[in-house]
Each structure stands twice: as structure tokens, then as C-alpha cells.
Design a protein around this ligand. Sequence first.
Ligand SMILES: [Zn+2]
Length: 473
Amino acid sequence: MLNIIKKFFIILLVLFCTFTIGFYVLAYNNHLELIYPKNKAIIKADSTFFVGNTDPKATLTINNKPVKVYSNGSFVRVFDLKKGKNIIVLKSTLKDDIKIHKIELTVLNNSNKKKLNFSKFTPLDMSLVVTEEETALRTTPYGDRLTPTKKGVIFKTSGISNQHFKIELTPNRHGYINKNAAKLSVENKLENQILKTITFNETSKEIRVEIPFLQPAIVEINANSNILSVRADKTKMEFEKYTVKSPYIKNFNFREDTFTIELEGNHLNGYDYYYEKNNFVLRIKKPFKRGLQGKVIVIDPGHGGKEFGSIGPTGIAEKEINLKISKYLKELLVAQGAKVIMTRTEDQFVKLYDRIEIARKANADILVSIHNNALPDGQNPYIIHGTSTYYYQPQAFKLAKCIQNNLLKSTGFKDNGIRHGNFAITRTSMPVSVLVEIGFMINPFEYEKLLIPINQKSYAEGIKNGIEEYFKL
Ligand SMILES: [Zn+2]
């Protein structure tokens, strides 16, 4: 009897040990994680990159080709793909333990790219009203943006296609607006209007120009260094009595459908325009006093919440790194006397246009968006990587340049350039805004550096130095 009990306990003990050791081995050997691409992904290029991590001591192959594993376990490997289905086998070997991960990728023909639909325009002579705020007016149906149009603006179309309205801006220049952003205006017919009154006012921080329109018309603003030229559609400027009192305005003139303001100083510090009913309002920021003291700076840590941004080989999301660096940047700027507002202070989702709204409401001097970069399929993160700063408005170029030059000194990464970037954040003309891509999440060398707190502080310091230099100009 005792023997049977003994045997039973021995069996139990053996079972227990097998189970725990087995469990332990399983847990321990849980190496090999593929972050990108996902199984069954459709790739619209003839190569992709495999981003993931495994045990730093493991040897890794992708379809039997050796892959470098970095000291933190990261791997990033560019891999050519063939058209159609590709079976990819990742094999991580750690002593006797072999882990295999198999995925299927489908490469679609590059020519499957969405064809631009330049369908025919049928002549149509009607008045329309813009129904969506900040609708883009473009040079061709899918071309560059000319200007954002405001909700409630009336325009006359000269043609219609199944996607767009065509607008005759000047006898030899056209603009295009998405059909879903405007509707036929029954009660309003756009008439040519003569503008007789313009007023200039000043607040402590701004110059405010107002023109009563008979109907809100499309306005195109061109800003270059210290000159702003404003063209209004279907109008004639015949201003009668006006006085330009501001010492910041060097020159003012008007002709036909355009007026021009030349400012003192050598650059613009932000401008914005809108309609208050039929009243056109143009706000121009006055030149700033030198130094960081009292400057209102909005820092925008890119992404957040459900929006992860790019994800690095060991699974850390861009949103986390962006926030950490942004917090360090805030501390440094506050220490120099600046007033800093963050578009988010935790891991939360904030809509893109809400971020810009925060900056506008704060009457900020500058908006700096903090990001880290990635690439689309077909490109190589060992060739394209490094630090870059984006601007869109010409007025933001100087800020981009100051930040880029100073940030490069602290990252030591490759100079990926001061770039013209058409993003919602950089398109805004008030405040002066830039977007910084500190490094590449999918370049293993840069990614590893981006994770280290002491480096994050140093990158924040680089950006701070750039901002400081800008406010000394
Ligand atoms: Zn980003």
C-alpha cells in the first residue's frame, strides 16, 4: 500500500517537474517576434523590410539568408520579393532551440497604383458654396494645393467632372475643388464685387486687416519673406479712405484683385485669415522681441493612444519616444522662460486638427511637432535614415534650419535634410510650424540610440538650441 502511495507521489512529482520545466523552457525560448510586416500583408513594391527581435545570442535567417541580430535583439533586413505570393520563413536558432515563423506576403503589380482620374470636364456656369472647412483648392484635380478655402465661401464653377469642380481664377489659370466639398448655391449668385474699405488695427501681438466683402470669395495668399500678397476671386480693389498706422508695415498697395503688404524686418512670424460673416479678417503676427523669455511654444508629441506611429524592432512605439523627448524639451524651454503648451502629456489620442487648434487658441509663436521616422515598402532604411526637419510655409524655413542644424549636433545621425513637407501640421500658417523627425525607428542603430534616456535628453537639448537660435534672429 505504502509502495503504491510512494509510486503515485513519484509519478506526480515527475509530472509536476516535467510540466514546470517544460513551461519554463517554453517561456524562456519565447524568442523571435516579427513586428513588420504582418502575415498575409499586401506589398505594393518589389521589396520590403523585416523588422523584429529575437534573443541577442540567437542566429537568425530569413529564407536561409543570414540576418544580423543587434545587441538588443533587434533585426531589420531588406528583402526582395517576387510578384504574386511569397512564402517567407524566419528561423531563429538558440542552442538546440529552433523557432520558426512562417508568413505569406502578396506583391501586387506596381502598375496597380490607383490611376488618376482626369475625367472630362463639362462646361457649367454656376455659383457654388464651400461646405467643408479648409477645403483644398488645387492646381490640377489631384495636384498641389493653392490655398485652403473657408466654409461658406462662394465661387463660380466653369466646369464639372465626376470628381471635381473647375474654377477660372484668372483668364489663364484654373483651380480645382473636390465635388464633395461644395454644393450649388441657390440663394447666392457670385457677383463681381468692388471693395472700397480696408482697415488696419493693432493689438499688442498682431496687425489686423479687415475688409467688408459683399460675399465671401476665395482668397489666395502668397507669403514670401516679409511680403504678403492677397488675391481675392472676382473682386476689384478700389480702396478709398484708409490709413496704415502700424510702424511694422513698410508698404501697402493694391491693384485689380490683389493687395500687398510689405512688413518691416526680414521674415514673417505667422499669419491667418478667416471670414466673420462677410467680413474678411487677416491677422499678421508682429515681429518678436529677441530671446525665449515669454515666447509661447506649442510642442506636439506625434501620435498617441490608438495611433502608435512607427514601431521599432523590439516593439516600442514611436508615440512613446516622441512623448519622452517632448517632455524633456518642455523642461528645457520652461527653464529659459518660455511658456510651453503640450498637445498631449500622456498616451492619448489627439486628432490632427485639434493639435493645430490648441496652437491657434494659445496664440503660439511657434508649433514644433516631434516625430521619429519610418519608410514605406520598397525603400531601404540602411540607405535612407537620419535626422530631418520639415516645413511647408516659406516663413517656417528659418525655424526648420535652426532646429535641423542644432539637432544634428546632438544626434550625430546622417543629415536627412531640411525638407518641404506637406503635412497638416506644417501647412498651418499661424503659428510658424515645423515637424521634426529625430531619427528612424526602423534603422537599428538609430532606434537603439533613441531608446536611451540620456540620448533623449540630448536630442531635446538640440531642438531647444535650435529654437533658441531662431528667436535670436
Ligand atoms: Zn510620426
